[in-house]
Design a protein. Structure first.
Length: 434
């Protein structure tokens, strides 16, 4: 009986193992342990943030390779070509490159649109820049698409004005030297270039009077206030309140980026940006707002509701492994529970089968006892009964619920053995008389 029950459980275990092996074929492969991220130029704000991401991800045993570029347009091109898997992209550049297969993982921080012009000019609205020399950013930069779009909205075109393609540094130099009349910049208020331009007494920072018209037209733009003295309190820079438009830098990824890497990146950028900054409130970023590309559904859920139960109690690598292996619960539920439910009836049947088999032996012997006339045959059957009794006593273990049948079998074996012994004496008596 012990052997039978062992066989049953071995069969159940074997079925479960085979089911798990089959299910494992459908488990998603683990995420790679490194990816490439495209940023702006070395030393710029995007590149600086990427270095911080890289440092924190290294603590998670994940390698982030950084690819500097000339600007957001080039970042988008590298994303489309598959040279990189993720990149930091400035708002307002999404239409410059085909966006198929690209998704946003969230906006990261504000980048004000700074427009400086020569103070000698009278510039109250952007259309006042018509026929002027304007630096709109170099080709491939994120500044150029926004600058050109805002100017075109005010009918300031290349055919009625002079658009100049310059880097931020050269644009600031030529504006200060009077070689151009105005310049667009999209960068952090902490930038050295912005501080130098604000200190220049011959330059003025443009303040948007119609900011609501622009922000309602473009989802990636929002109004921000630069208060008097906000940049430099001691020198009172700026000298009065200014209203600017701000684009948002976003984390953009290829559609095929592994979900586990998305969670890892978001966990990192949350730690980096949650404190906010001069323009951002605490925990305002990363956000699902102000994005140009469709939000990745997993990123959207993560930013809206936070980490899952597994991610909140286990390290990310362990929670992602458990999440990938959840598909293996299907065969465990579909196979193990029915087997477990059927195992006990099967076990009961195996015990009864063994008992019935022994009763079959007893019935066979009992029927032929009266017809046995050979002493050797009788003795052999008696030894068979002794062996069966010994096996039952020493080797067989049954549940308490079957002890009645077990003891009944032992009694019946003893009865058949007694009949054999009586028949033995009867045959011996006949032999002596003869």
């Amino acid at each position: 009986m012990k052997c039978n029950s062992c066989k049953i459980w071995l069969i159940i275990i074997a079925i479960i193992l085979v089911s798990l092996i089959i299910a494992y074929q459908f488990v998603e492969p683990p995420a790679p342990d490194e990816i490439r991220m495209a940023t702006g130029s070395e030393g710029g704000g995007y590149h600086t943030f990427a270095l911080e991401y890289q440092k924190r991800l290294a603590d998670e045993k994940f390698q982030l390779n950084i690819q500097p570029t000339a600007g957001s347009i080039e970042v988008l091109k590298q994303l489309q070509s598959g040279e990189v898997s993720v990149g930091i992209v400035q708002g307002g550049t999404g239409k410059a490159v085909p966006s198929e297969g690209l998704q946003s993982l969230g906006s990261l921080f504000y980048e004000p649109v700074w427009i400086f012009y020569r103070k000698a000019l009278s510039v109250e609205y952007l259309f006042n820049l018509r026929e002027k020399r304007i630096a709109v950013g170099e080709k491939g930069s994120g500044t150029r698409p926004i600058a050109v779009q805002l100017l075109q909205d005010n009918q300031v075109m290349p055919d009625n004005s002079h658009f100049v393609a310059l880097s931020s540094k050269k644009a600031a130099q030529q504006l200060a030297a009077g070689e151009i009349d105005a310049a667009f910049f999209v960068m952090s208020p902490k930038s050295k270039i912005i501080h130098e331009l604000l200190k220049n007494q011959e330059l003025e920072l443009f303040s948007f009077k119609r900011h609501m018209a622009y922000s309602s037209r473009y989802s990636f733009l929002t109004e921000i206030k630069i208060g008097e003295g906000m940049i430099d309190l001691e020198k009172n820079i700026p000298g009065e309140d200014k209203t600017l438009l701000a684009a948002t830098a976003s984390l953009v990824a290829r559609q095929d980026l592994h979900d586990d890497i998305i969670y890892l990146l978001l966990n990192t950028v949350i730690e980096v940006h949650k404190a906010g900054g001069m323009l951002e409130k605490e925990r305002q970023f990363p956000s699902t707002q102000f994005v140009e590309f469709p939000m990745n559904k997993n990123a959207n859920h993560y930013l809206e509701y936070g980490p899952s139960w597994l991610q909140s109690i286990f390290p990310l690598w362990l929670s992602s492994t458990l999440d990938r292996l959840k598909i293996m619960l299907i065969p465990l539920i579909a196979v193990f529970l029915p087997l477990l439910k059927g195992a006990f009836p099967l076990y009961r049947w195996s015990i009864r089968f063994k008992i019935f088999r022994w009763y079959g032996i007893l019935r066979e012997i009992d029927r032929k006892i009266d017809g046995i006339a050979d002493l050797e045959t009788i003795q052999a059957e008696i030894e068979r009964m002794k062996s069966l009794q010994k096996e039952l006593i020493e080797q067989v273990s049954v549940p308490l619920s079957y002890m009645g049948e077990f003891y009944g079998l032992r009694v019946h074996i003893q009865l058949v053995r007694k009949r054999l012994e009586d028949r033995q004496q009867e045959v011996q008596g006949i032999s002596l008389k003869e």
